[in-house]
Design a protein around this ligand. Structure first.
Ligand SMILES: Nc1ncnc2c1ncn2[C@@H]1O[C@H](COP(=O)(O)OP(=O)(O)OP(=O)(O)O)[C@@H](O)[C@H]1O
Ligand SMILES: [Mg+2]
Length: 276
């Protein structure tokens, strides 16, 4: 097995003139090619920070990371942009992540314009193709983000992340802003895309069921540290760390939520199934 993403001893301290927040304190893990690594942990434990440092969307204070065996630490300019093009990121709030003034087609074309030589008709055709890949209709192309539902906007976010044909996607709470029924659709789409394009995912979610359903491996963050990691079925079903046990015990029973019992089996309630 080869690592698609290697995170090695990353530390991130946010400094302003008065305060210092040690958001990530020496975290290491690997995402093996073609697999999903799920990261859970309470709010503020440093999940988004580690993901951003790993892709160098923000600079880590120390530590390093590699994408597909290529160190991303220390890269500048063109080389950094080229390595970034082999990764994609999907964010929590799909509507806010889109430029409100661009049509859906323009939004999807934007990363292609930045990272590829495609222009004109060929560019538009590729954007339409991506629309199709994420299950949107061609009629959505000319709309603005506010004219789509939250779930549809998240599909646009996924299309944008896929535009440059990356091998690695970082999904930071990709479904937490969505209704439960739409959540299941988006998760299933992500699973299909992963299989079809042999993608690797770093998935961040505060929803343990989502991580259990999606992940091969899982890690648990607490106060900037990775307190436990291993096969998702072990870490999230029979955790050894007391903090993970408490995290599982504290999981609220969401009324109407999609109950997920084991990896790969998404069990829907009849009501949810109707909406799928
Ligand atoms: N730009 C910033 N400047 C200063 N502190 C920050 C900044 N971004 C995040 N932090 C702090 O770093 C810590 C980790 O934040 P982070 O966003 O990584 O947590 P998280 O696990 O993603 O939380 P959530 O589940 O709420 O998204 C928090 O204490 C947060 O307040
Ligand atoms: Mg976060």
């Amino acid at each position: 097995m080869t690592a698609m993403l290697t995170v090695d001893n990353i530390v991130k301290v946010y400094r302003s003139h008065r305060t210092e927040v040690r958001a990530v304190n020496g975290v290491s893990f690997e995402v093996e090619a073609g697999t999903t690594f799920g990261l859970v942990g309470e709010s503020g434990s440093g999940k988004s920070t580690i993901a951003r440092c790993a892709l160098r969307l923000i600079e880590p204070t120390s530590g390093s990371s590699s994408v597909d065996g290529r160190p991303i630490t220390g890269l500048r300019g063109k080389e950094l942009r080229s390595l970034r093009a082999s990764t994609g990121m999907v964010f929590q709030n799909p509507v806010a992540a889109l430029n409100p003034r661009l049509t859906i087609e323009q939004s999807i074309a934007e990363p292609l314009r930045t990272h590829t030589a495609l222009r004109g008709r060929v560019l538009a055709a590729r954007a339409r193709e991506l629309l199709d890949e994420v299950g949107l209709a061609q009629s959505h192309a000319e709309r603005l983000p506010h004219q789509l539902s939250g779930g549809q906007c998240q599909r646009v976010g996924i299309a944008r992340a896929l535009a440059t044909r990356p091998k690695l996607l970082v999904l930071d709470e990709p479904t937490s802003a969505l209704d439960v029924s739409v959540q299941a659709q988006v998760l299933n789409l992500l699973q299909e895309l992963r299989r079809e394009y042999s993608l690797s995912y770093l998935l961040i979610s505060h929803d343990l069921d989502v991580v259990r359903y999606m992940s091969d491996m899982a890690g648990v963050m607490r106060k900037g540290e990775l307190v436990e990691s291993g096969p998702a079925a072990e870490v999230l079903v029979t955790p050894s760390h007391e903090y993970t046990q408490r995290l599982i015990a504290a999981m609220p029973e969401t009324p109407g939520a999609v109950p997920i019992t084991e990896r790969g089996t998404l069990i829907t309630t009849p009501k949810v199934a109707e909406q799928l």
